[in-house]
Structures are given as structure tokens and as C-alpha cells.
Design a protein around this ligand. Structure first.
Ligand code: SF4
Length: 516
């Protein structure tokens, strides 16, 4: 049974009242009739429902084009799916795919009238957009290297698939107070970015009945955005077979107790802050009384969820190739070149990491030289050492309705210019977002740049930025701290160059930006 209204809901927000009248997932039933009308006849109050199908009305809104996000649980697809994703870009999306920081793929320019056929094609290859946005469980993320990772406790893909299918199309959980993000990861370098998720399964071991069991500790209540919070640990250990039951119990607690009056206080993080982890844990144990107490954390560092470069898999004789995709945007033609490369040398598989990059796994050692010589690597790097390789950026004003500034258009040239001046032994993560939301993980970057507006000398409003430094998810996490002042676009290069010059002159050998 889904969300039931209670006496406490007297002042539900507008979205909540709408969701009580019609479930978000009804959008898929509505669409075949809706698209028979001109888009301008669709009432704006309906736009919220599009979200549940992974759709956002793209600006200018009256044109009836959409941003479309496809869920990719754990960031792994087969090559038939990959070719289909490239085809969507060619046929409907002006030729480009955007890779996201949650291992998903986004398009722009998808025409309203074409949505039923776009969805039919996506479903036919076993993918979905259902719940890619909206007040529902979002794409379940994983270690991008799960199953091939020398630094994982075990393969987390089966757990990711179980949790994905548990919630997919499940109307018991299709009306949450807001979005709900789940991370499942057993990589010891926190490749699942645990602390910025509503619910994170974090690698741990525990002695149970005289033997060491590999499983997870839990963190809850993390999330970025205007008011970011780091996920907090519960005193609970979860075995692999308990993952789906625990995920369902946590989502149920959130569904029934999360705040539904103000959308700005609706994420789980606010409930956790008010209740405290002890109360949340007690309520969870009422549903699942047999859960063990927390085990020994296996986390020893933080990779930022990226997997760039050529590295050996845990399977002897095989390598994965992590390819930098600057600003996460790739043309369909270039994407197809990687699919072809994977088809020739890999194993029917392509993956996405958390840094807007792609990976080709299962390259035999004997084929590495041929792969490196592929012409596509004249354009993309498998040897990440530049700022542009480790940076991330969001959609920004080009398409996003909430943005104050452009992002992707300025980000790549800006970092390329800095790359001509600087070279570092440790990755420096620079992130640029078009507003204060958390879409590209600005709050946990080494240098986070947030778009806003400021008045020029002649009193006009112009795109501007503020800079924050020192974010990380090491040792439980630390958000960036904001530096004083605002900068116009033309001042960004000088400010970043000054920050990086300081780091270059003061860093100890191999010291990371965060440590310095
Ligand atoms: Fe849009 Fe802001 Fe998210 Fe960027 S961070 S995509 S500007 S909402």
C-alpha cells in the first residue's frame, strides 16, 4: 500500500495534493493521448508528472522539447543498449549524449510528439526512464568497477539489480516526499560516494558465528543542494541477502514520515537531522529486529567515484579502460566509436562512472596496444592527467530552467586553458554548476564554482560565480568553504589560476588539494 494521507498533512504542498489525485507513474498511461494535442495545450500543472518519466520541459518551455534522462542501474549497459542510446541522440537529441554524475544518460531536444516512440524503443532494449526524476527512488548507483575491481569486497551488481527491480514501477513507493537516492558499493575507496546519498550501503566486515562476513554498514540522510548534509552512520550491519529488505524498510520510513509541507525540507536528510540517527535506527529495527550491529568499515580512502585510465581488473590478464569525457558531453558518432571498440575488444559491456566518464572493461592484455591505437583516442584521453579529465559540470543555462549561468560551454575551454599552465601529480577536482543545487557535486569538489548573477558597473545583471574550496568525502566528508566575493565569467580564469598557483608552490610531494 502506497502513501496514505494522515491528520498531520493538513498543509500539504501543491505537488503533494496533485500526487494524491494522480500517481506520478500514470504519466506513461497519459502520454499516448496527451501527445495528440499541441504541447501548448498541456496545462503547466501537469509538468510535475513528466518528471516521473525522466522528463523535464526544456526552456523555452512553449516549444515542447524535453530533457530526457535514462536510468542505468549501476552504470552498466550491454552494447545493444549502448547502440540504442547513440541512436536516440542521432534521431531525436541533436546528436549528443550527456553523461551524469549518477551513472545515467541525458538528452536534450526530445520532441513532445515523439515521446511514445522514444519510450517504446528504450523499453525494447531493457532500459527505462521510469523514476529517473520525480519524487521516487532514482537511479541506484554502484561502484563503476563492480565485479572487475581488485579493490572491492565483492560484486555488488546483483544487489543493485535487486533493489532497482524492487522499486521499479512499484506504486507502493511511487509517491515519496521528494527524490530518494541509493548507493550500493563495496569498493574500499568509497566509489559509491556514500555520504551524499539518502541511503548508502558502505563496505564492511563482521564476525558472525565465528566467521568473517562481508557486507555493509549503513549511512543515511546525505544529500547535496542548497543545504547539503553528509550521510550519518547507523549502528547496523547488513548482509548481502538483507540489502533489498533494508532498502525497502528505509524507503517506507521516509515515505510515511518525510516532510510533505515544504519541498525545501522534504528530503530524508531533514527528517534525520530532526530525529537523530538513534531514533531513525530504532524505527528501522521495529521493521527488521534481527539486523546485527555495525561491522568494521572497510573504507580506506575516496576515489570520487571515477575510474579513469588503463588498469588491471581483478581477473588476471584483463584491463579496463576509463575514458575521460570532458564536461560529460559526447557526440553520438564518438560514442559509437567506443561501442565499436568494446564490441571488437571487450565483452558486450560499457560502463559509466560518477565523474561523467565512460569505461570499456574486459580488454585482454594482448589487445591493449591495439585499443590504445584506436583513432578515437586522438580525441579522448585514456591517460587522465589534466584538470579537464577530473572536472564535472552540470547542464546549466543552455537547457536547465533553474540555472543562472552557462556551464558546459565555458567549462571545457576554461579548464583546457588552465591545463596549459599547470600540471599536477594528484587529480584536482574542479566542478562548476549553474546554480546552488548539487547536480555536479560542487560541495565535495576541491574547487567548487557556483553560478549566480551580479550587477555590473552599469547596473545590469550578468552571469557571475562564487568559488568554494576544500570539499571531500574522505574520513566521512567535508563540504567546501566559500571564498569571499563574486566573479564575472571573464574573471574566472585569473581566480582559478591564482588558487592553483598557490597549491603548486605550497604542496608537499604528491599532496592532494584537499590535504594541502
Ligand atoms: Fe540546473 Fe542548478 Fe542542477 Fe545545474 S545545478 S543542472 S543549473 S539545477
Amino acid at each position: 500500500m502506497g502513501y496514505q494521507i494522515t491528520w498531520a498533512d493538513a498543509k500539504l504542498n501543491k505537488n503533494e495534493l496533485s500526487k494524491l489525485k494522480k500517481d506520478g507513474l500514470d504519466v506513461f498511461q497519459d502520454l499516448p493521448e496527451l501527445v495528440k494535442k499541441p504541447f501548448t495545450e498541456i496545462d503547466k500543472s501537469y509538468y510535475m508528472y513528466f518528471k516521473f518519466a525522466g522528463l523535464t520541459v526544456q526552456k523555452p518551455q512553449e516549444q515542447g522539447n524535453f530533457m530526457l534522462r535514462v536510468k542505468i542501474p549501476g552504470g552498466t549497459i550491454n552494447l545493444k543498449q549502448a547502440r540504442h542510446l547513440a541512436g536516440i541522440a542521432t534521431e531525436y537529441g541533436h546528436g549528443y549524449l550527456d553523461l551524469t554524475t549518477r551513472q545515467a544518460v541525458q538528452y536534450h531536444w526530445i520532441p513532445f510528439a515523439k515521446l511514445p516512440e522514444v519510450f517504446a524503443g528504450i523499453n525494447a532494449v531493457g532500459l527505462t526512464t521510469q523514476g529517473a526524476e520525480g519524487d521516487i527512488t532514482r537511479n541506484v548507483i554502484d561502484n563503476p568497477l563492480s565485479g572487475i575491481d581488485p579493490n572491492e569486497l565483492f560484486d555488488t551488481r546483483p544487489a543493485v539489480q535487486r533493489v532497482h527491480h524492487l522499486f521499479q514501477g512499484n506504486r507502493d513507493y511511487s509517491n515519496l516526499p521528494r527524490k530518494f537516492k541509493i548507493s550500493i558499493n563495496s569498493n574500499i575507496y568509497n566509489a559509491g560516494n556514500a555520504e551524499i546519498n539518502d541511503l548508502a550501503f558502505v563496505p564492511a566486515t563482521k564476525r558472525i558465528n565465528g566467521r568473517t562476513v562481508k557486507g555493509f554498514n549503513l549511512k543515511v540522510g546525505g544529500g547535496l543542494g542548497m543545504r547539503p548534509y553528509l550521510g550519518l552512520g547507523l549502528n547496523i550491519f547488513v548482509t548481502r541477502s538483507q540489502v533489498a529488505a533494508v532498502a525497502e524498510a528505509v524507503v517506507k520510513l521516509y515515505r510515511d514520515n518525510g516532510y510533505r509541507r515544504s519541498r525545501t525540507k522534504a528530503r530524508l536528510k531533514f527528517l534525520i537531522q530532526d530525529w537523530g540517527v538513534a531514533e531513525f535506527e530504532a524505527k528501522l529495527r521495529e521493521q527488521l529486529p534481527k539486523l546485527a550491529t555495525a561491522g568494521d568499515s572497510a573504507v580506506v580512502g575516496w576515489s570520487n567515484g571515477t575510474a579513469l585510465g588503463i588498469h588491471p581488473q581483478k581477473q588476471a590478464g584483463y584491463y579496463y579502460v576509463g575514458v575521460s569525457v570532458p564536461a560529460g558531453r559526447i557526440s553520438a558518432a564518438d560514442f559509437r566509436a567506443f561501442v565499436d571498440l568494446a564490441a571488437k575488444y571487450g565483452r558486450d559491456e560499457l560502463r559509466f562512472d560518477h565523474g561523467q566518464n565512460l569505461l570499456i572493461p574486459w580488454i585482454a592484455a594482448a589487445d591493449l596496444a591495439a585499443v590504445k591505437a584506436a583513432p578515437i583516442f586522438n580525441k579522448f584521453s585514456y591517460q587522465p592527467h589534466n584538470l579537464v579529465d577530473f572536472g564535472t559540470t552540470c547542464t546549466g543555462a543552455e537547457y536547465c530552467n533553474l540555472a543562472y549561468t552557462h556551464t558546459k560551454e565555458i567549462f571545457t575551454p576554461l579548464l583546457a586553458q588552465l591545463d596549459q599552465k599547470f600540471s599536477f601529480s594528484q587529480p584536482v577536482h574542479i566542478t562548476l554548476t549553474g546554480c546552488g543545487n548539487g547536480c555536479a557535486h560542487r560541495s565535495i569538489a576541491d574547487i567548487g564554482i557556483e553560478g549566480l548573477t551580479a550587477k555590473t558597473k552599469d547596473g545590469q545583471r550578468a552571469e557571475a560565480f562564487k568559488i568554494a574550496v576544500g570539499g571531500s568525502l574522505l574520513d566521512g566528508g567535508h563540504f567546501t568553504e566559500v571564498l569571499k566575493g563574486k566573479l564575472f565569467t571573464t574573471q574566472l580564469y585569473g581566480a582559478l589560476a591564482a588558487l592553483l598557483a598557490d597549491y603548486q608552490t605550497q604542496q608537499l610531494p604528491d599532496e592532494t588539494y584537499y590535504a594541502y
